[in-house]
Design a protein around this ligand. Structure first.
Ligand code: PGA
Length: 249
């Protein structure tokens, strides 16, 4: 199995005013002194992408966005295109997060269209999948994730840089996490799907997300087929985020 450099990405969600920018700068400054050997990204709200990208230029920390519209431009009031995010300095974009899937009713087809839009704009998509608690309890977790992958990943991903994030919905922001065996079982299933569909499927990172924090990061990041972490709440403060980044190094 090809080895892939781990990616630890912070998802700030709808958190952060101007005074939050300093936390991104602290992460970059700290990693400049002690290189972590992992890829690190921060995904702030769109309104902060440009300012943070300017501050993080020439550092090891990449900037990502949390969503994009599937068209490049046009009459879509309130939306932001991949081209705009790329122009503002983003290099990655989270797509199909469970909060988008539930609050904005984004289905797999919408996610797939957005993945295509990200590629067109030169952004690396981080495509999120994950089962609900009911689906986990009824033994449907693998089937749900495989079905989400089938519908959310366009064939145009073949040979391109992309990232999958496995985020069980019931683990997001709850403090609950699956067992390592459960994480590994799903990650192995995702790997099988990627290898079967994409020529570079063996080499794409599969992140785990859902209540990752300093105290559980090392064991999760060392689990089989875990290629990094997507971190929500614990990414907002550099002092919480940096130990997670270092756990991946
Ligand atoms: P959490 O969020 O780390 O706060 O659970 C993860 C995510 O939603 O990406």
């Amino acid at each position: 199995m090809a080895t892939v450099r781990k990616l630890v990405a912070g998802n700030w969600k709808m958190n952060g005013l101007s005074d939050q920018i300093v936390e991104a700068v602290k992460v970059a400054e700290s990693l400049a002194q002690t290189p972590a050997g992992v890829r690190v990204a921060i995904c702030p709200p769109n309104i902060l992408v440009h300012r943070i990208a300017e501050r993080l230029a020439r550092t090891v920390v990449e900037v990502g966005a949390q969503d994009l519209h599937c068209e490049a431009a046009g009459a879509f009031t309130g939306d932001t295109s991949g081209e705009m995010l790329r122009d503002a300095g983003a290099r990655l974009v989270i797509i199909g997060h469970s909060e988008r899937r539930s609050h904005h009713r984004e289905d797999d087809a919408a996610v797939s269209a957005k993945v295509g839009a990200a590629l067109r704009a030169g952004l690396e998509p981080i495509v999120c999948v994950g089962e609900s608690l009911e689906e986990r309890r009824s033994g449907q977790a693998l089937q749900v994730v495989e079905s989400q992958l089938a519908g959310s990943l366009p064939d145009s991903l073949d040979g391109r840089s992309f990232v999958i994030a496995y985020e069980p919905v019931w683990a997001i922001g709850t403090g609950l996490t699956p067992t390592l065996a459960e994480i590994e079982e799903v990650h192995r299933a995702i790997r099988r799907v990627l290898v079967a569909r994409f020529s570079n499927g063996a080499a794409r990172p599969i992140l785990y997300g859902g209540s990752v924090k300093a105290s559980n990061a090392a064991e999760i990041l060392n689990a089989a087929e875990v290629g990094g972490a997507l971190v929500g709440g614990a990414s907002l403060k550099a002092t919480d985020f940096l130990p997670i980044v270092r756990a991946g190094g």
